[in-house]
Design a protein around this ligand. Structure first.
Ligand code: ARG
Length: 459
């Protein structure tokens, strides 16, 4: 295929340059957005009198034909084409003749690619948002089954205080809801049309930029032609938001790996979401969680790649920017590829309530409640902390736990202890007692879940 720009050149580009320069191998996935943008552009050109209506009709029919043929596979991408934009335009001209050559009036590939990428990434923000919603509703449903499932809460991975499994899941619900908000925020800033920016300096044709934006369902137009073609903040922002999604998925994955180990035994993954070993017959491995944790690195890498590509570029468009696509596409693909199996894994895992309770019962997770008990009896917290610490030390030496001490033993540490200390130390009481908004008490967690379900229903 001859180059659409070869008018000023004396010879063909070197084959190595062709291959190096070409982006069709990865930007072909923009064909739908490219065609949508071109149809809107052509219609507008006719409306403002820059293009005869007959040409606009021929262009639109030709482009829709190309779209249909690409969808069915009747038309194959030419791997030697420079990029998806050149490919579509060349096929259009082949199919509809002269009219096809008029499509690029008042437009540059610079504003064209900026538009295509915005449209594509807005769609992907929607896909990922829906996946996050499915994950949040899965977690909310699971949490409702475990409002009373006591487990140890950890700091430093040391047993700290009792919480519930529902409360623990609630933390992830909040993270994924923030991720959802970040994507909405990103999509909001993507939602403008750069068409009309031209190569960098706008265009002398009386284009109706707003009409194009409206046809495309975008809420506005970019306000500076240089910025319109050189801005990739929207891709960087998305990569950042997706990196945070992956941080959350990766932390959750790490916990699932730990919980499904024989040492914890808090969950058992469904056979459909685990894998075996080629040598050790007994193995059941949490590969989905591990791969998710591992794939976080690719997404962070994409963010760093995009930041690095952009940081030294003078205004406006530079070919470096073609490097934005593989990075952001891989980030999007990776997050989408993780969210589906991850959600299935969580939805199908068996939660071992007894193992969780047993772990919460060991490790003195009620030692803070012992101190709080003494505070209620009038002791200052610092002194109560010390008494509780000494009591724990005694238990450690005696190989017992707080609730198994006799009242006489308790009294040897403080005269304030009474029979009601046993009630104060019960795990359920410890959890129930933390009923502040945001706390682990079932009543508080249920409120958070109700609010989450309202949020889901209102989307
Ligand atoms: N394939 C190019 C990209 O992805 C399209 C824009 C090319 N513009 C240019 N002036 N060479 O960035």
């Amino acid at each position: 295929m001859g180059k659409l720009w070869d008018g000023r050149f004396g010879k063909a580009t070197d084959a190595a340059v062709d291959g190096f320069n070409s982006s069709i191998g990865f930007d072909r996935r923009l064909f739908r957005q490219d065609i949508r943008g071109s149809v809107a552009h052509a219609r507008m050109l006719a409306k403002v009198g820059v293009l005869p209506s007959a040409d606009a009709d021929a262009i639109e029919a030709g482009l829709l034909g190309i779209l249909a043929d690409l969808e069915t596979g009747a038309l194959a991408f030419d791997p030697t084409a420079e990029d998806v934009h050149m490919f579509v335009e060349a096929v259009l001209t082949e199919r509809v003749g002269e009219a096809g050559k008029r499509l690029h009036t008042g437009r540059s590939r610079n504003d064209q690619v900026a538009l295509d990428l915005r449209l594509y990434l807005m769609d992907e923000c929607g896909v990922i948002s829906r996946q996050l919603e499915t994950l949040v509703s899965t977690l909310s449903r699971l949490a409702r089954e475990h409002l009373g499932t006591v487990m140890p809460g950890y700091t430093h991975l040391q047993r700290a205080q009792p919480v519930t499994f529902a409360h623990h899941l609630g933390a992830y619900i909040q993270m994924f809801r923030r991720d959802h908000g970040r994507l909405a925020d990103c999509a909001m800033r993507m939602d403008v049309s750069p068409l009309g920016s031209g190569a960098l300096a706008g265009t002398p044709y009386p284009l109706d930029r707003a009409a194009v934006a409206e046809t495309l369902g975008l809420s506005g137009i970019t306000a500076n032609s240089l910025d319109g073609v050189s801005d990739r903040d929207f891709a960087i922002e998305l990569a950042a938001a997706l990196s945070i999604v992956m941080v959350h998925l990766s932390r959750f994955s790490e916990e699932i790996v730990l919980w499904s180990s024989q040492e914890f035994g808090f969950v058992e993954l469904d056979d459909a979401y685990s894998t075996g070993s080629s040598i050790m017959p007994q193995k059941k491995n949490p590969d989905v969680a591990e791969l998710t944790r591992g794939k976080s690195g690719r997404v962070f890498g994409s963010l760093v790649a995009l930041l690095t590509v952009m940081k030294g570029l003078p205004l406006a468009y530079n070919k470096d920017m073609q490097e934005d696509k593989e990075a952001i596409f891989d980030a999007v693909d990776t997050v989408e590829a993780c969210l589906v199996p991850f959600t299935g894994m969580v939805a199908t895992m068996t939660v071992k309530r007894e193992a969780m309770r047993r772990a919460a019962a060991g490790g003195f997770t009620n030692a803070t409640d012992l101190a709080d008990y003494l505070v209620r009896k009038g002791l200052p917290f610092r002194s109560a902390h010390e008494v509780s610490g000494k009591t724990v030390k005694y238990c450690l030496a005696a190989g017992t736990s707080l609730e198994d001490l006799s009242l006489d033993e308790f009294l040897s540490f403080s005269p304030l202890f009474a029979e009601d200390v046993y009630e104060a130390l019960s795990l359920d009481r410890c959890v129930m007692g933390r009923a502040l908004p945001g706390g682990p008490a079932p009543s508080a967690v249920e409120k958070m879940l109700d609010e989450t379900d309202l949020w889901l229903a209102a989307l």
